[in-house]
Design a protein around this ligand. Structure first.
Ligand code: PEP
Length: 246
């Protein structure tokens, strides 16, 4: 199980320090992988503070070039140098507000893997796509596009997060069955591409997962973890989810 917190654009460096110090003792005995994806400005602090603990640090995006005239961007190489392990790619907020497309997600996946970062690749349908009955096609295309040109031995070092757009930050969670249905579809798509390697690729659910609903979602056979937004900003709530996974 991989439980990752997505802090989004929250927490100054001082606030990050406080939250991480609170989280370290609460997370130390859990049986899942623990990742916190913090803002760029808190990466170095998070890496320092979590040294020697079971908490790993991720970023929330990376550019696909190593360097160049891309004002405001951060490359996978820069993240790697800091000691970052994971990077969230294709989050629906980036697709919605920052023109992220399946093509650019794929380019970022290549860049992350080139540097040995583990991408957490986000896919998910909008409410309209679900209601229009094209959810399966949307998910299959997002997954297949993200992995274009990625070989099986690279794919095994990735994580997929199924995040229905209508459930992110809305307080509306997919039911355990809805989440499992789509995670099982993702597993089938990955099996078509990579055979048995697909069994070793963690598939997370994300979308208003919290202390109250985590256990039911994480008990489903094709849900191997969670990507947690709001509930990862409170150490105690995040710890309940970590324990539900363990
Ligand atoms: C997310 O941002 O990936 C997420 C799942 O957010 P929330 O848990 O707040 O819905």
């Amino acid at each position: 199980m991989v439980i990752a917190g997505n802090w989004k654009m929250n927490n100054t460096r001082e606030e990050s320090k406080k939250l991480i110090k609170e989280l370290i003792p609460l997370a130390k005995d859990v049986n899942c992988k623990v990742v916190i994806c913090v803002p760029y400005t808190s990466l170095e602090t998070a890496i320092e503070l979590t040294k020697g603990t079971n908490i790993e640090v991720g970023a929330q995006n990376c550019h696909f070039k190593d360097s160049g005239a891309y004002t405001g961007e951060i490359s996978a190489k820069m993240l790697k140098e800091l000691g970052v392990k994971y990077v969230i790619l294709g989050h629906s907020e980036r697709r919605q507000y920052f023109n992220e497309t399946d093509l650019t997600v794929n380019r970022r996946v290549h860049a992350a893997l080139r540097e040995g970062l583990i991408p957490i690749i986000c896919v998910g349908e909008s409410l309209k796509e679900r209601e229009d009955g094209i959810m399966n096609e949307v998910i299959s295309i997002q997954v297949s596009s993200a992995y274009t040109g990625i070989r099986a031995e690279q794919a095994k070092d990735t994580v997929i997060a199924y995040e229905p757009v209508w459930a992110i930050g809305t307080g509306k969670t997919a039911t355990d069955e809805q989440a499992e249905e789509v995670c099982a579809l993702i597993r089938r798509v990955m099996k078509d591409h990579y055979g048995d390697v697909a069994n070793d690729i963690p598939i997370q659910y994300g979308g208003s997962m919290n202390a109250a609903n985590a256990a039911g979602l994480l008990a489903k056979p094709n849900i191997d973890g969670g990507l947690i937004g709001g509930a990862s900003l409170k150490a105690k709530d995040f710890a309940v989810i970590l324990n539900a996974a363990g």
